[in-house]
Design a protein around this ligand. Sequence first.
Ligand SMILES: [Zn+2]
Length: 347
Amino acid sequence: MAEAGVSMDSIREKVVEAEERIRKAAGLEELKAIATEYLGKNGALTSLLRTVGSLPPEERPKFGQAVNEAKRSLEVLVAARETELLEVERRRAEERERVDLTMPGRAFRTGIAHPITQTEDRIKAAMIGLGFEFFEGPELEEMKYNFEALNYPPDHPAMDDQDTFYIDDHRLMRTQCTAIQGRVFEAKKPPLRVFTVGRCFRNETVDRTHGHTFHQVDAFMVDRGVNMAHLKGTLKAFATAMFGEGTQVRFRPDYFPFVEPGVDYSISCPFCSGNGCAVCKSSGWIELGGAGLIHPNILRSYGIDTEEWTGWAFGLGVERIPMMQYQIDDLRLFYENDYRFLEQFRA
Ligand SMILES: [Zn+2]
């Protein structure tokens, strides 16, 4: 009898201990481990059943029944605690996924057009506004369009391979956008008002003011009775569209193989209205590019009668414009794609 009493006590002890632990189980994993520890195949209560043989035969059914009842009551307790814990987890998940409609929105970091692209877009708008047609030529160009068609003598220093990226004996990366002229003369008949904006390439040592890749605008017009006054008038209208009302244009004689006469042209400084400042180096003028009347040799080589038709052409570097406008003194900034630099051109 004493032995049976101890055994019945041992059931109660295990039950009290298990109940306590089940109630305190903080998660489903822990609960499962506790259930296995007491109710599993080798669990504490199951093991008690194996001691039944040591009891007097008349005690055995009562003991077995007590163990089974203890197991059932613990199983009910485990199931109840499991339901509670599932509910806690569900609430936590709900809290995590809850959408707070009062939170401020997260801004999308959208891209912006590159400052060179923005400038090209303004140039296109200005030239199309002046009645010019956009024409695009290839960057990988035939030598004849880049030089011969533009009246370059065969020994001109610009053709030196120190300045030019030659691809093979008759192709190169175009060194100037003026290379579209020959292509346009082959494809179209005058009267013509054509412009292009695009990339050019020269074998230059890269520094603050030189790049091996840069952009140019090139425009030309061929019509009856076209002269330098038309060129100056068009440049003034273009400069006004780009830099504002009142911009003046000044010509100074210069030489380019494809124009006769040739000039370099400057605009009155838009930052000091010609009074002198750091951008124009106190001169009141900013040199922009080259221009002139299209050389009659070029027109004649494309079968255009120079008694009837004359033309002008002008070109300028695209990078010059934002460098001037934003007082950027290093050309390389445009090609490094540093977001901190580019972001400043967000409109
Ligand atoms: Zn100035």
